[in-house]
Design a protein around this ligand. Structure first.
Ligand SMILES: Nc1nc2c(ncn2[C@@H]2O[C@H](COP(=O)(O)OP(=O)(O)OP(=O)(O)O)[C@@H](O)[C@H]2O)c(=O)[nH]1
Ligand SMILES: [Mg+2]
Length: 338
């Protein structure tokens, strides 16, 4: 029962807790620890992006097609204002094609946003990006004024690879680990377009724990900053529910394991990851699962859908309201009576 004279925060938290009871049946947001990776160079790079934005005509935000929501920079959507934006879903060869389509429609609901799914396997589709820039900026197209674009995105998402394909030569350094690009680089690619390559940035506070785990699962967070066993456990749990057939096929399993732990043990045994005494080496098997998942050997996988993210956002709002209500309650407890 909510008291009539309670604070608005408390009222909101009570209402939200009621909703949360229903939502928690399908989610396990609190099982995992918060993952954070925000080294100094990312702070610097974020500041530079803010400073550069006013010179930019169009923002090209490169998202990982497997996690389009979790790889969106919340700071960027605030700073971008009403500048046109192309949300590029990269590495689409690794993502579930049906879910990628759902994401494209979902993202394009936002005003001024167009979305395109790309992969290095289809360089021609990547080159269409320049036409799209011209289409989205008709006032500049056909004039001798350059179109300035800013390429932003999380680490290791494929920004520099995309630039090299657009430029038709190797200009930007690439590599299969996060934080390869360290500085902004301005590149004129012809056809009236200038690209600004930027270092991959995350944000200081990944509020949704699942998003932190998805970023780590797909390889956006430096390996030395994550606990492989926890990430593999998260990934295994997700794959068992969403891609049971791919898991059975990849690891030659007759029956679907009953839990992530049983799955990791089964993979460990079949791949000979054993310690003395026959115990499975969880660190080794975790690294194998993540490497095979990231390289596409298990199959085309997506780790979030628009519906899933709407639910998680609702849960996050509830958690935030609960926190605010607790803070308010603490404050009023310490307030001296007047
Ligand atoms: N499977 C697949 N891999 C890709 C694709 N695009 C890029 N990659 C790989 O992803 C890795 C990272 O690519 P980069 O272009 O260096 O990524 P980045 O976003 O510039 O990374 P940082 O500079 O570290 O922020 C490289 O190993 C690329 O070969 C793609 O479409 N599909
Ligand atoms: Mg790069």
């Amino acid at each position: 029962m909510i008291k009539d004279n309670c604070s608005p925060y408390y009222r909101c938290a009570c209402y939200c807790s009621f909703k949360l009871l229903r939502i928690r049946k399908t989610l396990s947001l609190n099982k995992y620890m918060l993952i954070q990776w925000y080294p100094g160079h990312m702070h610097k790079a974020s500041k530079e992006i803010k400073q550069t934005l006013h010179q930019i005509d169009i923002v090209i935000e490169v998202l990982d097609a497997r996690i389009p929501f979790s790889s969106q920079n919340p700071m960027l959507s605030r700073l971008r204002g009403d500048k046109p934006c192309i949300k590029v879903l990269s590495k689409s060869d690794l993502a579930d094609p049906n879910i990628t389509q759902q994401w494209q429609s979902y993202l394009e609901q936002e005003q001024g946003v167009k979305s395109i799914a790309i992969t290095v396997e289809q360089p021609d589709k990547i080159r269409n990006l320049t036409d799209l820039c011209h289409k989205m900026l008709p006032e500049k197209s056909g004039t001798d004024r350059l179109i300035n674009t800013l390429i932003v995105g999380i680490p290791n998402v494929g920004k520099s690879t995309l630039i090299n394909i657009l430029a038709g030569r190797v200009i930007a350094k690439t590599g299969n680990e996060p934080a390869i690009t360290k500085m902004q680089q301005r590149i004129a690619i012809g056809n009236g377009i200038v690209l600004m390559d930027t270092p991959g940035v995350l944000w200081p506070n990944v509020e949704n724990k699942n998003s932190g785990y998805r970023l780590a699962t797909t390889g956006a967070i430096k390996d030395t900053a994550i606990d492989h066993e926890q990430i593999a456990d998260f990934a295994a749990e997700y794959l068992l529910v969403h891609y049971p057939d791919l898991i059975k096929e990849r690891f030659n399993l007759i029956e679907l394991p009953s839990s992530s732990s049983v799955l990791l043990d089964a993979i460990g045994k079949s791949r000979g990851c054993l310690r003395s005494g026959g115990k499975v080496d969880r660190d080794r098997v975790s690294k194998i699962l993540l490497a095979e998942l990231r390289s596409g050997m298990i199959g085309r996988l997506s780790f979030e859908t628009p519906v899933m993210m709407e639910q998680e956002l609702a849960e996050l709002l509830i958690i935030q309201a609960e926190k605010a209500a607790k803070k308010e309650a603490r404050k009023s407890k310490h307030k001296k009576p007047t």
